[in-house]
Design a protein around this ligand. Structure first.
Ligand code: NAD
Ligand code: ZN
Ligand code: ZN
Length: 339
């Protein structure tokens, strides 16, 4: 039995092919995982479209929110066991030796491999993980519910930490999709007060359900003015939106001395008013997923019962329809493919 079902990108801008492909074999330091469930991230859509300057490998099995059971260990693996529940991640592996890795910033490693991008991911019945970088799923987790934590969860958790907002302070979460609706939950769990911004009222309703106190529809006038009027500017702003307009608007939503963190990755550029940034002492920074330690912490919040992604289960055969719904902003929370 060396074949498996998978969804494969063969060419940018085309539909994925769902069909049979070769089941992978674990190499040294790797484990073979039978996937139970995988989240579908907007990054998978960017990969398919070839949106970014660094392109994924082709053909590609996307997916970096996969949860499953270790079925076979490659040579030299001592930290995982057959039967254990693990996940893949965007940070699939790193070199462990460069300046960034040495400082605990393996997310910046130039030798890193990315799950479902530079290496095949979880849109197949089986996937490989690097034993040193696989996420260890806490016992008792619902595999479908925890899947979105593996990318969306850890990314926004790290992003919120990077805003340096403290308990009791305000954060804006701009973009209430897969990442953003989980960001609202982490923010609340971290003692932060939340303003949610999106362009769709149903997304804002979801944010309210998860604990946002103020919501702003960016289509109803200037969202920065609305945030300033409501709370006098936020201490931190986390942008997970998939439209470049949200990035420029974030600057105007910030309180003096505040920090803006970009998670979203739409292609394009945004206007950055030099005078405001200097006079208001603003910090603007990017944040890419999270380190292995961030992953452990993000999963701990789930295990403590504080994070419940809103998700819909679908079969792998729906993948092209799912990505099309994502392209048009039609998904509530996350879609999780169940095998
Ligand atoms: P998603 O499609 O689930 O959600 C995107 C949300 O943005 C939607 O709710 C949409 O309505 C909203 N939006 C669109 N235009 C907006 C605007 N002008 N203002 C406010 N909101 C707007 O996508 P997702 O899976 O949450 O991913 C979001 C982005 O984050 C993608 O670009 C993805 O590649 C990126 N991402 C980055 C990292 C990282 O580590 N930095 C990790 C995962 C995903
Ligand atoms: Zn992702
Ligand atoms: Zn490195």
């Amino acid at each position: 039995m060396n074949a498996m079902q998978a969804a494969i990108v063969e060419d940018f801008g085309h539909e994925l092919t769902v069909g049979e492909t070769q089941k992978p074999t674990p190499g040294r330091g790797q484990a073979l995982v039978k996937v139970i469930a995988t989240g579908v991230c907007h990054t998978d859509l960017h990969a398919l479209e070839g949106d970014w300057p660094v392109k994924p490998k082709l053909p590609l099995v996307p997916g970096h929110e996969g949860v499953g059971i270790v079925e076979e260990l490659g040579e030299g693996v001592t930290n995982l066991e057959v039967g254990q529940m693990v996940g893949n991640a965007w940070l699939w592996s790193a070199c462990g030796e460069c300046e960034h890795c040495r400082q605990g910033w393996e997310t910046l490693c130039e030798q890193q491999q990315n799950g479902g991008y530079s290496t095949d991911g979880s849109f197949g019945e089986y996937m490989l993980v690097d034993a040193q970088y696989a996420a260890i799923i806490p016992e008792g987790s619902d595999p479908a519910e925890i899947a979105p934590v593996l990318c969306a969860g850890v990314t926004v958790y790290k992003g919120l930490k990077r805003t340096e907002a403290r308990p009791g302070q305000w954060v804006v979460i701009s973009g209430i999709g897969g990442l953003g609706h989980i960001a609202v939950q982490y923010a609340v769990a971290m003692g932060l007060r939340v303003v949610a911004v999106d362009i769709a009222d149903d997304k804002l309703a979801l944010a309210k359900k998860h604990g946002a106190e103020v919501v702003v529809n960016a289509m109803d006038g200037d969202p920065a003015a609305a945030v300033q009027e409501a709370i006098g500017g936020a201490h931190g702003v986390l942008v997970t939106a998939v439209h470049k307009d949200a990035f420029g608007q974030a600057i105007g939503m910030t309180r003096r001395g505040g920090t803006i963190v970009f998670n979203g990755l739409p292609p394009g550029e945004f206007p950055a008013p030099i005078f405001d940034i200097v006079l208001k002492g603003l910090t603007i920074r990017g944040s890419i997923v999270g380190t292995r330690q961030d992953m452990v912490e993000a999963l701990d919040f789930y295990a403590a019962g504080k994070i419940h992604p809103t998700f819909t289960k679908r079969p792998l055969g729906d993948i092209n329809a799912i990505l099309d719904e994502m392209r048009h902003g039609k998904i509530d929370g996350r879609v999780v493919v169940e095998y």
